[in-house]
Design a protein around this ligand. Structure first.
Ligand SMILES: [Zn+2]
Length: 223
C-alpha cells in the first residue's frame, strides 16, 4: 500500500482497457472474461483508484489528498462496494439497451444516488497547446468519484443512440462499447482482444474446409 501522500503505482498496460468510448461503459468493462473465467479487475480499492486515474475521473492531486490509511478504512470498503453495486446496475442497463429491452426500475434511482454525491465546479485549465475542463469536487470525499460515471450514464440515456450500444460479438466476451465508427459496423470490443481471434477462427474453419485463402469465390470472403 502506498504511503500517505503517494499515489498508487500506475495500472499495468493490460489491466484496464478503455475501449467503450463512454465512461460508464468503460466502467462496466472492468469486469471481463479471461481464458473463459470471469475476472473482476476491481479487486480492491487501489484498483478502483487506478482505474479512476487512468480514465481521468480523478487527478493525481486528488489521490494525494487522501488521508493516510484511507485505503484500508471502512469508508474505502464502502466506496468499493458502492462502485460495484453501481457497476452491476449499469451492466444490467447496457444489457437491456443493447438488446432493445426497457430498463429495470432500479437504474434511474441508482444513477441519481451516485449523482447526488458529486456536486462539483468546473475549471478551465491550460494543458500543453490546448485546454482541458477540469472538475473540482465541492465535497472532496472519495464517494464523489462515482458521480462522473453516473453523469456519463445519464448522458447515454438522454442523448445516446441505443442502436450504437453493443456487446462485443465474441460470445465469450462480456465487454460493451459505443460504436463511434463512421460506418457504424464495429463488431468487437477490440481488434487485438476479440477481432483478430474471430478472424483466426474463421481462417481455421476455412482451412478445415479446404479453402485456406479468402478468394473471390462465393462463400469464402472474410466477414
Ligand atoms: Zn470482446
Amino acid at each position: 500500500m502506498p504511503a500517505p501522500g503517494q499515489t498508487p503505482p500506475p495500472a499495468p498496460a493490460d489491466e484496464f482497457s478503455l475501449v467503450g468510448n463512454v465512461l460508464c461503459i468503460d466502467f462496466v468493462n472492468t469486469e471481463v472474461v479471461a481464458h473463459g473465467t470471469p475476472v473482476d479487475r476491481l479487486g480492491d480499492v487501489d484498483a478502483l483508484l487506478r482505474w479512476a486515474r487512468m480514465a481521468d475521473v480523478v487527478d493525481e492531486a486528488a489521490l494525494r489528498r487522501l488521508p493516510a490509511g484511507w485505503r484500508s478504512s471502512r469508508e474505502a470498503g464502502r466506496l468499493l462496494q458502492d462502485a460495484k453495486a453501481l457497476r452491476a446496475v449499469l451492466r444490467g442497463a447496457l444489457d437491456a439497451l443493447a438488446a432493445g429491452r426497457p430498463l429495470t426500475a432500479e437504474v434511474v434511482p441508482a444513477i441519481n444516488d451516485a449523482l447526488a454525491a458529486g456536486a462539483s465546479t468546473l475549471r478551465l485549465e491550460r494543458r500543453g497547446a490546448g485546454y482541458v475542463t477540469v472538475r473540482d469536487a465541492l465535497d472532496p470525499s472519495p464517494a464523489a468519484l462515482l458521480a462522473p460515471i453516473a453523469e456519463s450514464a445519464a448522458w447515454l440515456l438522454e442523448h445516446g443512440d441505443r442502436a450504437l450500444i453493443r456487446r462485443c460479438e465474441n460470445p465469450r466476451c462480456i465487454r460493451f462499447f459505443y460504436d463511434t465508427t463512421k460506418n457504424r459496423r464495429r463488431r468487437w470490443c477490440s481488434m487485438d482482444a476479440c477481432g483478430s481471434r474471430a478472424k483466426a477462427a474463421a481462417y481455421y474453419q476455412r482451412v478445415k474446409a479446404g479453402q485456406p485463402r479468402p478468394s473471390g469465390r462465393p462463400g469464402t470472403s472474410t466477414p
